[in-house]
Ligand binder design. Sequence first.
Ligand code: SF4
Length: 179
Amino acid sequence: MNHREKVTDLIKSFDYSDFKWIDPHQIIVSQWVRTKCMFGCGEFGHNACCPPNTPTVAECERFFQEYSDAVIFRFAKKVGKPEDRHKWSRKVNMELLKLERAVFLSGFERAFLLFMDSCCICNECAGVRNQCSQPRMARPAPEAMAVDVYSTVRRFGFPVEVRTDYSQTMNRYAFLLVH
Ligand code: SF4
């Protein structure tokens, strides 16, 4: 059994079905993503897993180059109110963390998860890394690692569109760097 088959079995044991293996060197890292974090996102400086608490764009690029295999997971959802998103995100991300741990324990020491949304484990985020209340569990979202999620997931055939209101289905993406 090769490593993809081994990890795929684990992924399926967690009941995930909407995922694809990818070459992490194909993940698109862009300066514009970081710029939009800095100007236009209310989490900048207020979330311990978001910029400026994440590596520089150049370091993010280097990080992805160090891996040779990764998985993208798609999660589709409609929420009644914008604030309902956080409860859903927390649940999905906590489950993904269990998978990351299982992959790590099965021999993939580099296993590292990028949450499908900014970390919202706590109701109130500490805002700075060294005051994070769950440092062992908190992970950045792909965008916080400067990933151009739109271009990257399209490259692998996943659907993604800018939503114009909350009545539309969201397509959110988590990444698991494996090997
Ligand atoms: S675990 Fe809590 S304090 Fe740490 S980044 Fe997530 S929300 Fe913020």
